[in-house]
Design a binder for this molecule. Structure first.
Ligand code: C2E
Ligand code: MG
Ligand code: MG
Length: 690
């Protein structure tokens, strides 16, 4: 028999000798016992070991399980971590994109339209960069939305900035018709493909409309080249955002253009205005300082435009200004800077022109162009201009100085008879200074009693009797000596002192009439000249009434003379006031007839009873038969309208005969008498009636 204990083999056997056997038996027993003991021990040892082992095993599996659980956890965590990183990257990318868009947007929205770098160009660049696309453009439809221009294009599909294309063909036509984005996966197979060598390599194309309100104004197009490009919806969405941005910008640019238009351009003529003139001059004079640039500037004032406005209304005046503006621009051509800087004032500047002779030629040409006659509705007008010319920087180094001196030269042109030009000269400065001094002393002339009246008789032709006098104002200035009315009356009008002077004249003239009456001449009339400014006063007829009452003369002893430009807006108001005066008994005459507009059309509307034909018409009646005929015609017409006619400025006896022949009622002129101081006038009356 064999027993195997822990890899050791134990053997057992049996013998016959008893003693021996006994001994053997004992020994055997001993052995067995030892063996059993051993086995016992070994078994329990084994058991213990076994138990230990299985415990260990259990522990190991537990540990193993734990480990694998940990392992699982770990890989899950790993996976989680990976996801997180990816998400975070995506988020970061999105954020970056948003930031870029945001930057692009703020850059666009905070940048003034003309501050270097076109925002539409930047939008295109950004869009292409973000989509990683090689080419694209922004196109803008024209006003009538028939063609598209592509001023912004990038990549190999570069379009000539202003090369227009019909808006109703190809993909563009589809965008235009459907008013929404259109995309084509492969343009090479697109049915409505347009043959254009620039589009040969285009594959995937997307076009997004630019909308202003609901109207399509243009489009943003992106092209991929050579191979088809997948278009994820995020990309399309992003492009839409860009197109929106571009639309916002277009809108903003449009609004700014309108604001600019209002701020820098004259709305009547579309020319520049005073603001744009100033900034232009500022720039021009800066260049004059830095780089020796020079030029010539014309300052134009339309003569008598005010009268047209006042007599024919502002719409006629405006139409005239527009035609004048057009003629000015045409005379100078493209290269000139033109602006309208006031009601009837224009400025034209020619940068780089320095030749006085050339400047004079331009001015002559301009005067001729302006003088051609204007037609508005049924009326035909003649309007002339006075032009002041300055050379810069010679005559001024700041805009203020240039314009002030141009103004001085323009006034000099006006003073020398209008419809002409003057080049600035420092001596003109002297004139301007003189005007200022003269005006100053004019303000004090009334209180210093420097005024007086002279009287010129009016002689009736039928019986050669003096029917009355015209009172003519004289100023004998302490500082300047005698100043003719033609010089100081316009100054007094401009300085606003004519109403006070006019009232003085009225009072003095009425005083003269009273003294005449007291001396026995009861039927003589004294006429005074009235400035338009006086008639504007609300209570003018009352003023006259008061003076008449004060001086105690009959209203029909007073006459007033008005010129056509008395019909200041509101014309109806002036007519009513004159009618009121006439109602009082005051005689109203229309003075200087023939020098203004052909007032025959509205002559019948004026409450006048006398027509005074201007000296300039009378001068020619002896030598010019047409002139004589014309005067005869005016006289007949006046008679037909129940007006009496007085010829002014008659200097010659032969003229008297001619005027009698033409049936003129009365004459006034040096041929009978110059205007005389009161004592001399009374002396003349005495001689005359003797
Ligand atoms: P007017 O009312 O047409 O006056 C006639 C002008 O012709 C006067 O000039 C007179 O001296 C001048 N005259 C008269 N006969 C002859 C002649 O035969 N030959 C020439 N060469 N001239 C002649 P005056 O006094 O220099 O006045 C000029 C203008 O000043 C007047 O033209 C009138 O419009 C204005 N004026 C004169 N006094 C007053 C006034 O008190 N108030 C206003 N508002 N204007 C006045
Ligand atoms: Mg007069
Ligand atoms: Mg006159």
């Amino acid at each position: 028999m064999s027993l195997r204990i822990q890899d050791e083999i134990f053997l057992t056997g049996v013998g016959l000798d008893i003693t021996e056997r006994k001994e053997m038996e004992n020994e055997l027993k001993l052995h067995r016992e030892r063996l059993e003991d051993l086995v016992e021990r070994r078994t329990s040892e084994l058991f213990a070991a076994n138990q230990e082992l299985s415990a260990l095993n259990e522990e190991m599996t537990a540990m193993n399980e734990e480990l694998s659980a940990i392992n699982e956890d770990l890989s899950a965590a790993n996976e989680l971590l990976g996801n997180e990183v990816r998400l975070r990257q995506e988020k970061e990318e999105q954020l970056l994109l948003r930031e870029k868009q945001y930057r692009a947007a703020t850059r666009l929205l905070t940048q003034p339209v003309d501050a270097g770098g076109d925002p539409l160009d930047m939008i295109l660049q950004d869009a292409l960069q973000l989509l990683n696309a090689p080419a694209g453009y922004i196109g803008i439809f024209d006003e009538k939305r028939r063609v598209i221009e592509r001023p912004y294009s990038q990549g190999p599909i570069h379009f000539d900035a202003m090369e227009p294309q019909r808006a109703d063909t190809g993909m563009m036509g589809q965008v235009f018709r459907e008013n929404r984005s259109v995309q084509v996966t492969d343009y090479r197979r697109y049915a409505e493909r347009i043959s254009d060598p620039r589009l040969e390599r285009s594959t995937t194309i997307i076009m997004v409309p630019l909308l202003l309100g609901r109207q399509i104004r243009g489009l943003l197009a992106v092209h991929w080249l050579d191979e088809v490009h997948p278009l994820p919806s995020e990309d399309i969405e992003m492009l839409q955002q860009y197109s929106h941005l571009a639309s916002v910008f277009l809108e903003r640019r449009e609004a700014q253009r309108q604001i600019r238009q209002l701020a820098f351009f004259d709305c009547l003529t579309g020319m520049g205005n005073r603001t744009s003139l100033n900034s232009w001059l500022e720039e021009e004079l800066a260049q004059a300082r830095q780089r020796g640039k020079s030029g010539v500037l014309f300052y134009l004032d339309l003569d008598e435009l005010k009268v047209v406005n006042d007599t024919f209304g502002h719409s006629v005046g405006d139409a005239l200004i527009c035609s004048a503006g057009r003629r000015i621009q045409e005379s100078f051509g493209e290269g000139a800077f033109c602006a309208r800087i006031g009601g009837d004032e224009f400025v034209v500047a020619l940068s780089g022109e320095t030749d006085r002779g050339k400047a004079a030629e331009y001015a002559d040409k301009l005067l001729a162009a302006l003088d051609r006659g204007y037609e508005t509705g049924n009326d035909r007008f003649h309007i002339s201009a006075s032009i002041g010319i300055v050379l810069y920087p010679e005559h001024g180094s700041t805009p203020d100085e240039v314009l002030k001196n141009a103004d001085i030269a323009m006034y000099a042109a006006k003073a020398s008879g209008r419809n002409c030009w003057r080049i600035y000269d420092p001596s003109l400065q002297q004139d301007a200074y003189e005007i200022m001094m003269l005006t100053n002393s004019l303000r004090r002339a009334l209180e210093h009693q420097e005024f007086s009246l002279h009287f010129q008789p009016k002689i009736r032709l039928s019986d050669r009797r003096i029917e009355g006098f015209e009172a003519l104002l004289r100023w004998n200035s302490v500082e300047f000596g005698p100043v003719p009315p033609g010089r100081f009356i316009p100054l007094a009008e401009k300085a606003g002192i004519i109403p006070a002077i006019g009232e003085w004249v009225l009072r003095e003239a009425c005083g003269f009439a009273r003294r005449l009456s007291e001396a026995g001449w009861h039927d003589l009339r004294v006429a005074v000249n009235l400035s338009p400014r006086q008639l504007i006063a609300v209570n003018f007829p009352d003023i006259v009434g008061e003076i008449l009452a004060e001086t105690g003369i009959e209203p029909n002893r007073l006459g007033i003379e008005v010129t056509e430009n008395i019909l200041i807006e509101p014309m109806e108001d002036s007519i009513r006031k004159l009618a009121d005066l006439r109602e009082l008994g005051v005689e109203v005459a229309l003075d200087d007839f023939g020098t203004g507009y052909s007032s025959l059309t509205y002559l019948r509307r004026l409450p006048v009873s006398i027509l005074k034909i201007d000296k300039s018409f009378i001068d020619g009646i002896l030598d010019d038969s047409a002139q004589a005929q014309y005067v005869g015609f005016i006289i007949d017409l006046a008679h037909a309208l129940n007006l009496q006619v007085v010829a002014e400025g008659v200097e010659d006896a032969a003229q008297i005969d001619k005027l009698r022949e033409l049936d003129c009622d009365a004459v006034q002129g040096f041929v009978f008498s110059r205007p005389l101081p009161e004592p001399a006038a009374i002396g003349l009356l005495r001689d005359w009636t003797e």
